[in-house]
Ligand binder design. Structure first.
Ligand code: ZN
Length: 125
């Protein structure tokens, strides 16, 4: 992939990274506003802490996975392995990368891996 295309995807990934951080902040603010409107003063301090911990935990798992995927994609751009299937080494279709900039595999390997994953889920009789 040439430098211009890499810059293009780097731009998309950097923007997504920023959006994820903003998303976390917005969700936290929304939860805090909701609690503040509740008006039950006595129990607020305790429950606020609980809700915050719960929120951090849930957002943390999902968002940190998304952020890790983006980080790794950015790292692959630095290393020069971005846009190359990590399974078969072929170039990933750029239309696929436009749709999923963090894609690690081309479409063929992705479906193969998903099929293998699916087989593992079938209980052994
Ligand atoms: Zn592949």
């Amino acid at each position: 992939m040439d430098a211009d295309r890499l810059e293009h995807f780097r731009g998309i990934l950097t923007k997504q990274l920023r959006q994820h951080s903003e998303q976390v902040r917005d969700n936290q603010q929304a939860a805090l506003d909701m609690i503040a409107d509740d008006g039950v003063k006595d129990s607020v301090d305790m429950s606020l802490q609980d809700v915050n911990q719960e929120l951090q935990l849930r957002l943390g798992e999902r968002e940190s996975q998304a952020v890790a995927d983006i980080d790794q994609a950015l790292l692959r751009i630095e290393e020069g392995s971005y846009g190359v299937c990590q399974s078969c080494g072929k170039a990933i279709d750029e239309r696929r990368l436009e749709a999923v900039p963090t894609a690690r595999y081309d479409a063929a390997c992705q479906s193969r891996l998903e099929a293998e994953q699916g087989l593992d889920d079938i209980p052994t009789l």
